[in-house]
Design a protein around this ligand. Structure first.
Ligand code: SAM
Ligand code: SF4
Ligand code: SF4
Length: 341
């Protein structure tokens, strides 16, 4: 199954809750996601049976990897049960899928062993600062960084590696920590990835001035710890990889703003309430839940997913720079906490 630009669907990201215990300034600012914010009701969420059906159909049509995300996916009650169901799925040639999860790490120390036992393959943990005060300011709920670090170690001990750590770099907020973060995680089992701050959603007040280009991140680290480029191993990989010349491991940079990778984008996303999005920056999703709850069988679901994917021609990050700020703002975009990263 390939889209209008010849890209296959390989990676399916499923948001399993729109709620989060953090209020990261670049994702769910408190001014918008406050006490009165209307999160989805429980019956609006896809059930585990519905999620598993979508994943099974997708696995029959080329998907090889499922990533659970959110909001904060570890807040969804019974997430281990869902993982066990997904881990039991097979591709047409009988292979298991890779089941990954992106988390803020707040519940990882408690849950890592159970997630591994349920069949989770690996985790990616978001960590934007090592300075406890700044970390607490960025998550805006005063959550201490030590507990996330303990969660990362617990995930490693549970065998949920190789673990990737994601740092969103925002100029004037945490960019002064780029080299300290690199220093802290060099020579550990963890691969740190620096993500350019993106204009996802309509609520984070994004401006290009706050983006630190990946080239600058690489330069700053290279000045202290020399780096060499590493060829990408996996088609559609979002991160450009660099290794430390002294053998202390690797970093990755995700340049969604300054060096878009739409040409190889093989990611589909399913929102918490079951809409299929063909791009992180799409304004509209396609309602799979209505099909599921309307009695569609697997063939009808597969036909619908194929039809949506085959008419896909998204490449927002490649055209972003050609949009005026007015045009960019006029496009309504779905929130990251609803669709996941
Ligand atoms: N709550 C989980 C977490 O934080 O890892 C999973 C969901 S979160 C939306 C997924 C990823 O998106 C995280 O790594 C987060 O840092 C990243 N993210 C959120 N807002 C972003 C933005 N404006 N630009 C770039 N990355 C962003
Ligand atoms: Fe929550 Fe993750 Fe968004 Fe932070 S980035 S507010 S942890 S969903
Ligand atoms: Fe894929 Fe859309 Fe991101 Fe381009 S902008 S890489 S098409 S999700």
């Amino acid at each position: 199954m390939a889209d209008a630009l010849g890209r296959p669907m390989r990676d399916l990201r499923i948001s399993i809750t729109d709620r989060c215990n953090f209020r990261c300034v670049y994702c769910m600012p408190k001014t918008v996601f406050g006490r009165d914010y209307a999160f989805l009701d429980r019956d609006e969420l896809l059930t585990f049976e519905e999620i598993t059906r979508i994943a099974r159909v997708a696995a029959g049509h080329g998907v090889r990897k499922i990533r659970l995300t959110g909001g904060e996916p570890l807040l969804r009650r019974g997430v281990e049960d869902l993982i066990a169901r997904l881990a039991a799925l097979r591709t047409p040639s009988g292979e298991p899928l890779e089941i990954a999860l992106t988390t803020n790490g707040s519940a990882l120390a408690m849950k890592a062993a159970a997630l591994k036992a349920a069949g989770l393959t690996r985790v990616t943990v978001s960590i934007d600062s090592l300075d406890d005060d700044l970390f607490q300011q960025m998550n805006d709920v005063r959550f201490p960084v030590d507990r996330v670090l303990a969660g990362i170690d617990a995930a490693h001990e549970a065998g949920l590696g190789p673990i990737r750590l994601n740092m969103v770099v925002k100029r004037g907020v945490n960019d002064h920590e780029v080299v300290d973060m690199a220093r802290r995680f060099r020579g550990t089992p963890y691969t740190l990835r620096f993500i350019e701050y993106m204009d996802v959603g309509n609520t984070n007040g994004w401006s290009m001035d706050e983006v630190v280009p990946s080239a600058e991140v690489v330069q700053r680290i290279d000045d202290v710890f020399p780096l060499e480029p590493v060829g990408s191993l996996v088609a559609g990989e979002t991160a450009k990889r660099w290794r430390y010349a002294d053998g202390a491991g690797e970093i990755g940079v995700i340049s969604s703003v300054t060096n878009a990778f739409c040409g190889t984008c093989n990611r589909a996303r399913v929102s918490t309430e079951g809409k299929l999005f063909t791009c992180l920056f799409a304004s509209e999703g396609h309602d799979l839940r209505a099909l599921l709850r309307g009695g569609a069988d697997d063939d009808a679901l597969a036909r619908a997913m194929r039809g949506i994917w085959e008419s896909r021609d998204d490449r927002y990050s490649e055209i972003r720079s050609s949009l005026t700020p007015e045009l960019r703002l006029a496009r309504s975009r779905v929130e990251m906490s609803y669709i996941g990263g």
